[in-house]
Design a protein around this ligand. Structure first.
Ligand code: THU
Length: 160
């Protein structure tokens, strides 16, 4: 028997002012995207903003459906949109937040497993870690790369 310990590091910031200007703007873009989400079923409006290495920003939000599983999360809308327009430009960062009937969430939400898997593919494809910024009113949680969330992951190496 051999136990393996896998560690991750995430950093919490108390205010947006502690972040670089470009990441403050990215969080603002995620907040803006959340406003126009289509979430009549969950009433949980998620916004995501993707910053490419070339400086471009792509926004996305969750799109729900009466047939629930046909809906899609904000992160995947934004990432697929960015990757579809600029397939060869690495993603530098992704910001995520959500809006409920009580306003913006207080505690940041981590992306769901499917979104993390999609972000991992983009990260591996470009061979550059994607910075993740999760905004909540009480704190902003930042992770340097998707492997902080998925340290033990399925990827193309396993298909060899
Ligand atoms: N959702 C996202 O858009 N991103 C996440 O990371 C978690 C969940 C959406 C899916 C669904 O429309 C609503 O939030 C409730 O789960």
């Amino acid at each position: 028997m051999n136990k393996r310990e896998i560690k991750s590091t995430i950093t919490d910031y108390n205010s947006l002012a502690e972040l670089d200007q470009k990441y403050q703007e990215l969080v603002q873009k995620a907040k803006e995207a959340a406003e126009t989400a289509y979430a009549p079923y969950s009433k949980f409006k998620v916004g995501a903003a993707v910053l490419l290495e070339n400086g471009m920003v792509f926004q996305g939000n969750n799109q729900e459906n009466a047939a629930y599983p046909s809906g899609i999360c904000a992160e995947r809308v934004a990432i697929f949109y960015a990757n579809s327009k600029y397939p060869d430009v690495p993603i530098k960062a992704v910001a995520v937040t959500a809006n409920t009937k009580n306003g913006f969430i207080s505690e940041p939400i981590p992306p769901c497993g499917s979104c993390l898997q999609v972000m991992l593919e983009s990260e591996n494809r470009a061979d550059k870690p994607i910075k993740v910024l999760l905004y909540g009113k009480s704190k902003i949680t930042v992770a340097e790369g998707i492997k902080q969330f998925l340290p033990f992951n399925f990827n193309k190496e396993m298909l060899k």
